[in-house]
Design a protein around this ligand. Structure first.
Ligand code: FES
Ligand code: FE2
Length: 374
């Protein structure tokens, strides 16, 4: 984010430190259990998620012509590729012959070759090679190719839609401004890990947007370092939550000119509907949460990025330590709580309550409800 904005966050946070306060909501919010356990609501959620744009990666993952990456988005295998001419394209990663995935992981190529029977496709998705082509006379091969999906890069992030009628232009709105300062268009993908969670997808997102649980869930990890004297910013459907390192108090007695360029803490962006960016000094993480097969299942991907290509063992070890640490906190501490909540809701707890000290959970529930209605 721009330096001026980082300074403003620091001012707001230091004020909260003085009074031991945080940004709060005006009132409490109750969300009925159906939001987490009801099959009809679950089906409506999935339909809504199919209608809206999703942030699925960093533009730096496909910066150069020929670079491609593959993602699972809400169960749909997606291929994103940068053409020779620099055009960014996305496709359903499914062969026009029988549907097999024509690409895996990420890399750089001139064409995609299906591992099943060797049909090949250009970076523009056109079918360019069919072994034993004569055997397919009458199958309209000229019309066959990879199914295109809408995609664009905005603020250094890859934004795509799961059907041709999803409008991905300006999906980020005003939050593009702070996001564009992070250099995501140069971010290299280091590693992605998948977690299969026993909770509703909304619980998996919400666990990232309140610090009320820090002293209980993260007593031995986050809590000694970070405080919940936090501030929130709302950009229509998208949100930002900034919570400081406890040591930020050292800046209270220093002139602002000596404050660091970056906010001394963690900044968490919630990009509607279910992408979470976690930015702290030296680390760049992306979480993507999608409903699984039923209301109590979530498929979550944790990715870690680096501002440059990782080439040395030392760098690899550093980033491995980073993702191990993130996984320890998320999968070892946060996600078990989300799964515990799911069990309670399934057992009959009739609604959840968001306190005034959990203001972003109010906003998340509200924008989801609006999207469901829309
Ligand atoms: S499924 Fe791809 S070539 Fe047969
Ligand atoms: Fe947490």
């Amino acid at each position: 984010m721009p330096r001026q904005e980082a300074l403003e966050l620091t001012r707001r946070v230091l004020k909260h430190f003085e009074n031991d306060t945080l940004d709060v909501a005006d009132d409490v919010w109750c969300e009925p259990r159906e939001a987490y356990v009801d099959p009809d609501r679950f089906a409506a959620d999935v339909q809504m998620l199919r209608r809206v744009p999703h942030v699925i990666g960093w533009a730096g993952e496909v910066a150069a012509p020929g670079q491609y990456t593959t993602k699972d988005v809400l169960g749909v295998p997606v291929l994103v590729a940068r053409g020779k001419d620099g055009t960014l394209r996305a496709f359903v990663n499914g062969c026009a012959h029988r549907g097999a995935q024509v690409a895996a992981d990420c890399g750089k190529t001139r064409m995609f070759s299906c591992p099943y029977h060797g049909w090949s496709y250009g970076l523009d998705g056109r079918l360019v090679g069919t072994p034993a082509r004569k055997m397919f006379a009458g199958a309209d091969l000229e019309q066959r190719g990879l199914i295109p999906l809408p995609v664009s890069d905005q603020a250094g992030l890859l934004v795509m839609g799961l059907s041709s009628d999803v409008d991905v232009s300006d999906a980020l709105g005003d939050i593009a401004m702070p996001l564009s300062e992070y250099g995501f268009d140069h971010n290299h993908h280091v590693e992605t890990r998948r977690f299969d969670l026993a909770c509703n997808w909304k619980l998996a997102v919400d666990v990232n947007f309140e610090g009320y649980h820090f002293p209980y869930v993260h007593a031995d990890t986050l809590d000694p370092l970070a405080s919940n004297n936090s501030v929130i910013d709302i950009y229509a459907r998208h949100i930002r939550w900034s919570f400081p390192f406890r040591d930020i108090v050292q800046f209270r007695d220093q002139p602002e000119a000596d404050w660091p360029d970056q906010f001394f803490g963690t900044v968490v962006y919630g990009l509607f509907p279910s992408c979470v960016l976690i930015e702290a000094p030296g680390t760049s993480q992306m979480l993507r949460a999608y409903p699984g097969k039923n209301p109590g299942e979530t498929v979550l991907y944790l990715s870690i990025g680096a501002p440059k290509e990782i080439t040395t063992d030392e760098e690899r070890a550093w980033y491995k330590m980073g993702i191990d640490g993130a996984a320890q906190v998320l999968d070892g501490q946060d996600f078990p709580m989300a799964a515990a909540c799911q069990r309670g809701l399934e057992a009959g707890v009739d609604h959840v309550v968001f306190g005034r000290n959990e203001p972003l959970l109010h906003h998340l529930a509200s924008v989801r409800n609006q999207a469901l209605a829309g």
